[in-house]
Design a binder for this molecule. Structure first.
Ligand code: FUB
Length: 306
């Protein structure tokens, strides 16, 4: 039950978005980016799935100048863009990156492959950057049981990393062209799991961001999952467990992204927020993220819809 009014939310969080959906259309798996002065939020389209599974076949784009008002820019890409994919293959949690004057879109398709598309503009039109998948479970050693949930991080030295995977987190370097891997796929090690919580483990939704000279690796612990994180002095890890960013939600998945812009940080995640919402009918929302003096991320308090 909501205990705060909208005005109360403003005071409590310094944001009028926490607990409020960015759209009246169901969506999930946020991949937010600030490209050339505008926010681009790439998402899984829960409004076009069957309602009983995440079986939509296209991704949705929302854009904003202020993070308050979001414009629905529609289904900007379909799995049919990738000729090697089955046209009815499920389109899951996406990722995007900017480099070389181009925009790259990382597309997990069918649960066993990750494609990459390229465009001159962040809204597309995107075309397949290759003739096959960037990551392919059947082709690539150590791709894991389910190569999904791509997340790209470009370090200050220009090296790009691709994180992905369910149950065992994976990382692989990308070549400067952003569309080929460079070296083997490695497991990401997480150390120092809290004792007495044997059920807490890596589930999915890997995400890497840097803050104040440290690398933060966040992820969901499972189904349902908490969003937790660890830190390291290397983007390859190992990451020392630090704590909970967001507690369990009343839906089966939890999937986050963390962005910094203009000296402020935000957590993007999805939740059950709209009437008729649920496991397969999610809504993206945004919460301010703050750090303690020792670099610890302060746990975000979920605000339930009224
Ligand atoms: O949207 C389908 C799947 O649900 C994503 O790939 C996972 O991260 C979970 O959010």
């Amino acid at each position: 039950m909501a205990l705060l009014t909208a005005a109360g939310l403003l005071m409590a969080n310094g944001s009028d978005r926490t607990g409020q959906p960015i759209s009246q259309r169901f969506n999930g798996d946020p991949s937010p980016h600030h490209f050339d002065g505008r926010w681009y939020l790439y998402a899984t389209d829960d409004a076009s799935n069957s309602g009983t599974y995440w079986d939509s076949t296209s991704w949705r784009l929302y854009t904003s100048t202020d993070m308050q008002q979001w414009r629905d820019d529609g289904a900007f890409l379909d799995v049919k863009t990738f000729k090697w994919a089955r046209p009815d293959a499920k389109a899951w949690a996406p990722e995007a990156a900017q480099r070389n004057g181009k925009y790259y879109f990382y597309a997990p398709i069918g649960g066993d492959r990750i494609g990459v598309a390229v465009a001159d503009k962040p809204q597309g039109p995107f075309h397949d950057a290759r003739t096959d998948a960037l990551i392919d479970k059947a082709r690539d050693a150590n791709a894991g049981a389910e190569p999904i949930d791509p997340a790209v991080f470009v370090d200050k030295d220009g090296q790009a990393y691709l994180y992905f995977g369910t149950r065992v987190p994976k990382v692989v370097r990308l070549k400067p062209d952003m569309v080929h891997t460079d070296g083997p796929i490695m497991d990401v090690a997480i150390t120092g799991w809290p004792s007495g919580d044997a059920k807490k483990t890596y589930g999915e939704a890997p995400y890497l961001h840097a803050h104040d000279g440290l690398y933060y690796f966040s992820f969901s612990t499972g189904w349902p999952g908490q969003i937790v994180y660890g830190t390291s002095t290397s983007p390859m890890g190992p990451f020392a467990y630090r704590g909970v960013i967001l507690d369990y939600l009343p839906i089966s998945t939890n999937h986050q992204a963390i962005v910094e812009q203009g000296g402020k940080s935000w957590l993007f995640y999805h939740d059950r927020l709209l009437p008729g919402g649920g496991d397969h009918r999610r809504s993206i929302t945004i919460a301010p993220l703050t750090y303690a003096k020792d670099g610890a991320i302060q746990t975000v308090k979920r605000i339930a819809p009224e």
